[in-house]
Every structure is written in C-alpha cells, then in structure tokens.
Design a binder for this molecule. Structure first.
Ligand code: GDP
Length: 300
C-alpha cells in the first residue's frame, strides 16, 4: 500500500537491526522504540496516538514475554504488530444491517473526501452481496453532485433517488427523508444517503448533516476521510464526531503517495471503527477493512 511505503521501509530497517542482536538490553528496546516513534511521527500519525502506542510497546518489550522468548527480536515485532492492530480498531467491524426492513446508511465528510465515489463503490459491493441499494442525492451544495451521483449509480447498477426541479430542490433534509421513504416503499433493502461536504469544517454543514441524521435515523453514519490529509485528520474526525456523531469510518485514497497517518490515528482518536477502505478511483477499488491485514501490510 503506497500510503505506508515509507513507514513500512523504516520499520523494516528498525527490525532488521534488532534481529542482529541475540538478547535485548533495555537500551536496545529504548532505541527501537525511539525509531518507531520517529517513523510514526513522520508518517503523520497523531502525536497522542504515537505516545500511547510507543508507551505500550515499550512496556511490553521490557517485560517477561520478551525476556523469556526464544527469539526476542521476533517477539518485539509481534508486539508491534499486536499494538498496531489495536490502534486500527482491534477486531474487524462489519457493516450493520437492520434486523427487518430497509437499512439506512448516511455518508458524511468533507468535500472531496470521496463520498460520492464511495456511494458507488458501496452500492456495487452491496449488489454483489445480494442487496438492492438505492442512492439518495442529498448533496445539493456542489452544483455537479447530483449528476455525479447519477453517473456512479449507473456504473454500479444501483437505483437513484434525486430531487427533481420544483420538488424539494434546496432542502436536503426533505430530499433525504423522501428518498428513505421511497426506498422503504419500493423494497430497497439498503438506502445510502449522500450528503454535502464543504472544503473545511463549517458550522452550517454540520448543522445540516445533523438535521439529516435526526430526520432519517440511520443505522450507520459513515464518515469518509481522505487518508492523505495528514495531521488535519484528527481535527476533522473530532469535529465530525461532535457535529454528526458517526458510527463508522471509511478511509479513502489509501492508494495515495502521501503519508497515511490519518489511517493510523482516526480509529483510536474517535473510538469509532474503520469499516471500509478505498484504494483508487475505480468502483472496484474498495474493500472491507481488516485491522490485522492492514497491520501485516505495514509490517511486511
Ligand atoms: P466528495 O466530494 O466527498 O463526494 O468526493 P468525490 O467522491 O467527488 O471524490 C473526490 C475526488 O477523489 C474524485 O476525483 C475521486 O475520483 C477521487 N477519489 C475518491 N476516492 C478515491 C480513492 O480511493 N483513491 C483515489 N486515488 N482517488 C479517489
């Protein structure tokens, strides 16, 4: 995964040096932890997350499980792996469906985060899994958003509910509500509501998203975050958590070249699980997120 290329390389170097040693002294452990800390900070992982992570790795690496291990260096790598899985959310969290009736999913995030693309990716994935999703175009902010959603819906083979002129134009809350009602009436078992984002955190946008949330009472609110936004990720995620209160995270643009600290910070900072990962512009560049697989890729 390109996003973690640098981080992976640096960790690989660190572990290579460690493997040259037989038993590990406390200063070997400290040196390793310092290198891991630097690598994570350079990858733009949030400082608090780095601190907590390296603290736990250090404590465990100095403990008995390493002292008594046949291969202490390998044991330290295992600890780093375990702790990475933890900051990425631990167990995999699947998308939650309604027990009966239509599952309502709302998308939230900044403009350009990849919400509309995600709506297409998610629908395509859902169709493959045997569902009949309806996309609702409640992003009336960006002039092209409704058309763009129409394009991805068509690519995905999903149905779309979009406002018609004179029928709710300008009121995204009404469009969202009507779209959900339409899905329920027409036996769509999942409805995905795309909402408007702005370029930055904006009170109006949050108020609108929160009104939509209250009006449609979704089973899942997915917060889409661009993994390339670096240190801004933490503040953006916190603002959306306070403003809209999402139930899960989708990391987009994990294929990018930038440092992917967002990916490593957001679950731990918000306490919300990462449910999907997006890795390209194509509708197939999308997969459920597995914390353990991601950790292995980083440590590969
Ligand atoms: P929205 O404003 O949140 O609806 O964002 P869009 O879905 O319009 O996406 C913004 C831009 O990012 C578009 O050019 C997308 O093609 C692109 N994009 C979305 N997801 C990904 C991804 O996972 N990887 C890459 N490389 N580009 C993406």
């Amino acid at each position: 995964m390109a996003t973690f290329g640098n981080l992976s390389d640096r960790l690989a170097d660190t572990f290579k040096n460690l493997r040259k040693k037989g038993t590990l002294s406390a200063s070997d452990v400290d040196g390793t932890v310092r290198e891991i800390r630097r690598a994570l900070i350079q990858a733009d992982v949030a400082f608090d997350v780095v601190k907590e992570f390296t603290g736990r790795v250090r404590e465990r690496a100095l403990g008995d499980e390493v002292n008594k291990a046949l291969n202490p260096a390998q044991q330290v790598v295992q600890i780093v792996n375990d702790e990475l899985v933890q900051i990425l959310g631990g167990e995999q969290r699947r998308l939650e469906f309604a027990k009966t009736g239509t599952t309502i999913i709302m998308l939230a995030g900044l403009q350009g985060a990849g919400k509309t693309t995600l709506a297409g990716k998610l629908s395509k994935w859902l169709i493959k899994e045997g569902h009949t999703p309806l996309l609702v175009a409640a992003d009336l902010q960006r002039p092209n958003a409704v058309t763009q959603l129409g394009v991805v819906a068509e690519q995905a083979g999903a149905a779309i509910y979009a406002p018609e002129p004179g029928n709710g134009v300008g009121d995204p809350v009404k469009v969202a509500k009507d779209g959900v009602a339409y899905a329920e009436r027409n036996q769509h078992d999942v409805v995905i509501v795309d909402t408007a984002g702005r370029l930055g955190i904006d009170e109006e946008m949050m108020k609108q998203a929160s009104k939509i949330r209250a009006a449609i009472n979704p089973h899942e609110v997915l917060f889409v975050i661009d993994a390339m936004i670096g240190q801004d990720a933490v503040n953006t995620a916190k603002a959306f958590q306070e403003g809209v209160d999402f139930t899960g995270v989708v990391l987009s643009k994990l294929d990018g070249d930038a440092r992917g600290g967002a990916a490593l910070s957001v679950a731990s900072v918000t306490g919300r699980p990462i449910i999907f990962a997006s890795t390209g512009e194509n509708l197939d560049d999308f997969e459920p997120f597995y914390p353990d697989r991601m950790a292995s890729r980083i440590l590969d």
